[in-house]
Each structure stands twice: as structure tokens, then as C-alpha cells.
Write a protein that binds this ligand. Sequence first.
Ligand code: PRP
Ligand code: ZN
Ligand code: MG
Length: 226
Amino acid sequence: TPAVRDRLRIAIQKSGRLSEPARALLASAGLSWRESRDRLFCYGESLPVDLLLVRDDDIPGLIADGVCDLGVVGRNVLLEQAGERSEAGLPPVFREWRALGFGGCRLSIAVPDGWDWQGPAQLAGKRIATTYPNQLRAWLRQQQVEADIVVLSGSVEIAPRLGQADAICDLVSSGATLAANQLKPVLDILQSEAVLAGPVQPFGDVRAELADLLLRRMDGVLRIRD
Ligand code: PRP
Ligand code: ZN
Ligand code: MG
């Protein structure tokens, strides 16, 4: 049985593109924190809502394990780990609660500048480097294209130049990283942005009311921003 708790715990990215806007959104919703010296745990003052500062990739797992209640994370990360669970035959435990309107980017297929792009069939038999194997695999299946997926945890854009892969599937925001590595985006397989992630099952204690209150306030802030 899940532990009963009387405070809500939200995980956000410790440092990176989503960390400042995530804090700003939560502050606009009326949350304030007493900062601990190591700043990895921020105790909520205005409401019993605490912050945990973590690696973005750890956020879905923290929710799955019940260590955190909610998280602000890229849709790309959430879907990737949902896909991983489903491939492993595990039931869904976290899902997107709200799109947050910041941190927009695309998960795209990119190929060397010199390629004359004809379409997905051109990827057949090729090696594609990515940090998102589940989403890439699902997309390749849908396209009925067979290709080799090379899983890397970062610096994916350099793989073609190193001869490790022929093409890549990675996040594109400004496009600067692709351009700097003589690659061009040819197809988007996902539109991503920061989302509020939460459990599939509702909370069975006071966290339910806290989460409701927070959602109402966040919705108010997001409406004004539009
Ligand atoms: C993302 C992505 C690309 C880069 C693209 O990495 O993996 O490398 O941003 O951005 P651009 O199109 O504006 O150049 P991020 O900085 O989020 O770090 P991470 O991959 O280590 O999480
Ligand atoms: Zn990351
Ligand atoms: Mg990167």
C-alpha cells in the first residue's frame, strides 16, 4: 500500500533549460520555499509543497517509485520512459497532466547536410543514433522501415562524423547543434514541451486536495500567459 503523506513533493530539473521556467511557474502559482543549503530539497513555506531538484531523466522513475508526486519534465523524456515500461510489459504509472507552454522542441530525424532526402524509406538498413530508442523504434515500425538503432546517452549529433551512425534522432530547439555538426532536420517525430507529470492513479490522501489546488492555480497562470 502506498505511503500516506501530508505534503506534496514536486521534482524539477536541477539545472538545464527547464529548471528556471519550472520554478517561475510554480512561484507564480503561489509557492515559496525555504532554500536548504545544498538546494536539492526546498521545503515549501506558503503551502506544504516541497521541491526536489534532480536530473530530468530521473523524474518519471521518481514518480513511478512514489518518491515524488509530481514532476516538471519534457514530454520527450516522459514518453520515452513510458515506452520503455510498456516494452518491458509494465503497466503505465505516470502520465502527462498538463502541457506547460515552455521548453518547446521537436524530436527530429536529422541526416548529413549532403544527403538528398527522399523520405523515411531512405533510412532502411541505416544506423540511427539516438537517446530515444523507444520513440524511434515505434516510429520506424509505423513507417515499416528496418534500421539499426544506436543508443547513446548524449552528444548524439557527433555520431555521424565519428562513423558511429548514418543519421540521428534527437531534440532540436534552435537547430544550432545540428547545423554545427553538418546535419539537417528532415522529419519531426514528436512535438515536445515541458509538461506537468503525475501518477495515473489519484492520490488517496490530502495530496489529492493539494494537487487540485496547485492545478487550479497553474491553469490560472497558464491562461493569463496565453
Ligand atoms: C538538447 C538536445 C540537443 C540540443 C539541441 O540537449 O539533446 O543536443 O539540446 O538544441 P539546439 O537545437 O538549440 O541546438 P540539452 O541541452 O537539452 O541537454 P541534454 O541532452 O544533456 O539533456
Ligand atoms: Zn537530460
Ligand atoms: Mg543534448
